[in-house]
Design a protein around this ligand. Sequence first.
Ligand code: AMP
Length: 140
Amino acid sequence: MMTYDSDNIFAKILRGEIPSEKLYEDDATFVFMDIMPRADGHCLVIPKDAARNMLDASPAQLAACLATVQKMGHAVMKAFAADGVTVQQFNEAAGGQEVFHLHYHVLPRHDGVALRPPGKMADFDVLKAQAAKIRAALSE
Ligand code: AMP
């Protein structure tokens, strides 16, 4: 079993050691913008407590994350007038995972619009404006 590395980049975000564009938090989860968005409004839901991925997460962590994923799904649908939402979650390198703290991708989708390729850094002014729209949708 692979172990949790507390120096992973999302652990550093949770500790406030590196910045993030925060959207939401509750007792158990934290949500922020993905800096290489594959769709406008692409955000990430993570548990506050350590979990490498789905395979070592507790049922309580998984339940809390999915409740927040649903909340964010509604918010991004509203903020971007989306037609649907894609949720992605990867486990271990072979499963496509690159950051080893459990996370769910929430991607608003529009009919006929493909996801963008991975790996392209966002324009931070655009990301901030999109985050503001999502926060507004959450507070409505
Ligand atoms: P994966 O582990 O394959 O689900 O991918 C990790 C995701 O984290 C990718 O979509 C990256 O764009 C995203 N990411 C990596 N570093 C950061 C960061 N500092 N802030 C926000 N998102 C990040």
